[in-house]
Write a protein that binds this ligand. Sequence first.
Ligand code: TRP
Length: 449
Amino acid sequence: MTTATKRAHWHTRAGFLLAAAGSAVGLGNIWKFPYITGENGGGAFVLVYLACVTFVGLPILLAEVYLGRESQRNVVQTFETLHRPGSAWRIVGWLGLLSAFCILGFYSVVGGWVVHFGLKSVTGALSAASDATVEHYLEELFASPALLVLWHTLFMGATVAIVARGVSAGIERANRVMMPGLIVLLVLLLVRAAAMPGFGTALEFLFRFDFEALSARGALVAVGHAFFTLSLGMGAMLTYGSYLTGPHSIARTALGLAVIDTAVSLMAGVVVFTVVFSFGQEPGAGPPLVFVTLPLLFKQMGGGQLVAVAFFLLVFFAALTSAISLLEVVVAYASERFGWTRRRAALSAGAAIYLLGVLCALSFNLLAEVKLLGLTVFDLLDSATSKFTMPLGGLLIALFYGWVLGPRAVAHTVGRPVSALVCQVLLWSTRLVAPLAVAWLLVAGLVDR
Ligand code: TRP
């Protein structure tokens, strides 16, 4: 492995953990988790979700990090290195590149909305305006091609700038600032929430297991989210894992990662639902929860402007650290495959994804009528990746790890000698449990679009 020595690496193992946590903690934790929990009845959904993270998410996470660390290559060449040159498994890598490309296209647009609301809260436009005005901020934004594209440009520009600086000097450094910042902001918000009347109701809503409220559909949403929230199935964790060295156990790091990600989701859930219940609102508002419901409620609470600023800054950090990891998947491939400098790879990949993002942004207004399979560009990219390319990628990664690499890989993943039982559980999770759960997700997703 001659090129492996030339390859960039994390400066420290903690740097890897922070960066991987940065990838995992994203809009999925702060925007999506609360609203799907709200829609699926609270506690019982949370419990099923935790089971899915443990038995589906964690095994695939371990597999991805292991594949990257072992091959010291990007998402496509990993499969050739670990299997054989020209191996058909490299298609999994292409699928990953496709996912990264498409996800970042729409993720950056949503990142732009966060910038928009963040600025509105800083300038006081969120606290000073009437309820009716605030209620329409999101619609107004959707109606403005110029604003949507402007914020998307800014967000994508920031992502490219960080990735272009490199693994350690760019990605690791940015995460070192933003991730602790995110945790501090979240804890401050939690402390503020604890003083509000809806805090108890929120805890009860999230942690009381009412199985009546759970449906098969809810369980399906839980599998899908366990997958999405850990950034699995498209090579992000694989690529970050490829900058790791040494024979250490991956298991402990991956477990830490899953715990951090889950803790952030739960804390964000408590904050969001405390605000919702304190003002007697319904938890099942769906996607507009964070962008419409919360701003309205921030307006009414004491110190609401400060809370709003903290909240949107938190979401911004979460989104940006995830976007970075998405771009890195493509940049690692382009620079290693074509021998491009990192700068060139970041600029070219960034520019191409940026253009796709512009189409997404415009699909809310000028291109609203351009539809494929009844979906706008934005919805198409979102559904195609979360329902198809990511689950399929994850399924194949689990199978490759469990069946092609098998017990030897499992022993290397776990690292030091632990009980044979743990190894068997990991082996059969990747061979059977995770693939079956993900296959169910795939089939159900295709059946009812
Ligand atoms: N995990 C991210 C979140 O919770 C979303 C995501 C899915 C992602 N796949 C990814 C982020 C790949 C980075 C890379 O919001």
